[in-house]
Design a binder for this molecule. Structure first.
Ligand code: ISE
Length: 337
């Protein structure tokens, strides 16, 4: 790929697909969107019109096979990610797959096997918090020894209002999957057991979930809690806190300034994820495009996607058994070291 732009095809033009397309077209150097696909063709046409006439597909396989598409961004519904990612890998095309990599461990294993068959990394997973400055600043201090050994991880993930009918399974695989990855990434350790408790969104649907807490234990013996609220009613917040031997680190969670007035102190809270993480989404796709142009892959890998599903599945098993469940991961292939 010479100096010309990397030509990207986007599968899924909903909320996150629209954000990625806008960032690729307007805020990323070295990329352009030449094809989009969505089962909602009206939505796909609208997004394509914003890309100077990108081709519109109704079939993901046809977009992936398009010889003018150099790389693919998957932002379709969660359960489709694994099959589309495997098709990209088998076509030898670099792919940024939105989280989760898959909704089951079996599908995540299939993706890892497909990439191992290629023999080199081609896939990045959309765990974009790795590109958030507040998270990276905390990691830099932690890795620099600011608080000694990490003893406890706490992730708080608050959504404003969820319109979809949430179940504890979908909360874990769609939302808490971010916090599982953050826990592994920030602590630099694997999780050996998980136990979830939740409060139903609808008492008549016991598997519905409005609030959920996953308690984890890391291989080091450190402990962790991943706390989710799917229906805060006030805004969107994501914070991380790590307690160590000599202190505690907390991410700066409010990008807005503090207002002191008339005897009160107030801060605006971002309404939702696009407003909380605008730069992280830009930096994520810029890193992806830069790596493609170096003929490399970067960022969270298919193994990270697989390991997050390993923990998610243990948490889901704990929801069924009412007891903490061990994770049971395979050995990390050398390609991912
Ligand atoms: C959504 O898919 C995201 O990835 C957001 O970052 C997360 O906050 C939300 O819970 C997910 O549903």
């Amino acid at each position: 790929m010479g100096s010309e732009n990397t030509k990207v095809g986007v599968i899924g033009t909903g909320a996150i697909g629209g954000v990625h397309t806008e960032n690729l077209m307007r805020r990323t150097l070295g990329a352009t969107v030449v094809a989009v696909m969505d089962i909602d063709q009206e939505r796909a046409n609208a997004v394509a019109a914003g890309c100077g006439g990108a081709r519109v597909y109704a079939d993901a396989g046809e977009l992936i096979s398009d010889p003018t598409v150099d790389a693919v961004l998957i932002a379709s519904t969660d359960h489709t990610h694994a099959d589309f990612a495997i098709a990209c890998l088998e076509a030898g095309k670099p792919v940024l797959c939105e989280k989760p990599l898959a909704t089951t461990m079996i599908d995540a294993e299939r993706v890892v096997r497909a990439e191992l068959a290629v023999g080199r990394r081609l896939l990045q997973v959309g765990f974009m918090r790795e590109y958030d400055h507040a998270h990276r600043d905390l990691v830099d201090l932690l890795q620099g020894g600011a608080i000694g050994a990490a003893l406890k991880f706490r992730g708080v993930h608050i959504n404003p209002v969820f319109r979809r009918k949430l179940t504890i399974e979908s909360v874990i695989t769609n939302s808490l999957i971010h916090d599982i990855h953050s826990a592994r990434w920030i602590m630099g350790d694997e999780i050996r057991s998980a136990y979830v408790q939740w409060a139903p969104a609808d008492p008549a649907r016991p598997r519905s979930a409005r609030l959920a807490d996953i308690q984890v234990i890391f291989e080091s013996g450190a402990i962790g809690s991943l706390e989710y609220n799917g229906d805060s009613g006030y805004g969107y917040e994501v914070t991380v806190e790590v307690t160590g031997e000599t202190g505690r680190l907390t991410t700066a969670s409010h990008p807005s300034p503090a207002l002191r007035q008339s005897g009160t102190l107030s801060r605006a809270i971002t309404p939702n994820w696009p407003e909380r993480f605008p730069q992280a989404y830009v930096d994520e796709v810029q890193d992806w495009i830069d790596a493609i142009r170096r003929n490399e892959a970067t960022g969270p890998s298919a193994w990270d996607g697989y390991m997050s599903l390993v923990v998610a599945q243990a948490a889901i098993r704990s929801a069924e058994t009412g007891k903490p469940q061990p994770t049971n991961a395979g050995d990390k292939p050398p390609m991912y070291h």
